[in-house]
Design a protein around this ligand. Sequence first.
Ligand SMILES: [Ca+2]
Ligand SMILES: [Ca+2]
Ligand SMILES: [Ca+2]
Length: 343
Amino acid sequence: MLHGFAPAFALLSSLLIANPDPGSSNLHTLPAASIHFAPASGPGLSPGPNYPVTLPLQGSACKAELPLDLASLSAALDFSLPLCASSQLNGIKGQTLQPDSSWQNALFLVKEQRIEAIPQGNHRLILSITDTCGNAFQDTVLFNVDDVEAPRVFCAPNLTATLYPFPWPPFDKYPIDRIYVSRINAGTFDNCSGVKWVKARRLVGPEYFSNLLFYGYDLDGDGLISTNDGMDGDFNGRIDPEEHFTPGPNGKLYTPALPYVDFFCPDIQGDPTVELLVMDHSGNVSSCTSKVTIQDAGRIQLTGPADLEMECDAPGSTCCWLPTPLTRSFINRSPRSLAIFRF
Ligand SMILES: [Ca+2]
Ligand SMILES: [Ca+2]
Ligand SMILES: [Ca+2]
């Protein structure tokens, strides 16, 4: 049953989407092979190189719209009309792909020569067309409505981390501070599909690897930190793609994107930056960065006891430890100054 133009326009200002929003199917391409209708008669439509197209959901409207006149519709949905000119659109019917992969009729709002309020998801229009040569046919055009706009992210301008050694061995040799995304995120939102996750990562070089090994980032257990490693930071029982180490600039690695980011002894001499990553439910990702100041409260400046014996956890580490009874102190072995952090 086709809904002709006259009845369609009679539905002005009526929202007649007959089926639930199929956005949860989160498909980015249409399964064209399984749903294309053969023309009922006549020449049929010629899909263009970008067919089927994706209509963007931009801004905050979260609904797409299409022009209803045939020439504009063919341009918007990238199909060609038959060679015999002056084709006329006699009827149109909308269908929406449901999460169970079935197509159900959907009536969209028609207003001022436009089809409005088309929700996110996969849709098709079944068109009944007559051209001036007398050809009458019915054909189907497919399109996808998707959120293509990345979330807006805002990072806290200033962050501080204080390295705390746990007061019992062996943790006392691996001071750490963990900054959760709730501290980094200074207001993040998405236009349409909503924020799927907010995570954070940072760059690390080999000087961090002993700390990362100690805190369980060596996923494959080979004693090295590489892109094979990661962390199930959201405790969902699997290593998600963003939860692996990934290559960064200058031979460094990005840590897994987790609900938190860790800071270690080498940061005392570094200039650490944390990157907030935000993904929406359509897979769009955006990011921002914050500088992190390593808190030096509690630091005691010493004037170079050259014969001080220290233990260091790894070559190149800036954290070393005084032997007992000062096991809860660790030292910043800086080229310019020697400092003891005591907790
Ligand atoms: Ca979005
Ligand atoms: Ca490894
Ligand atoms: Ca996970």
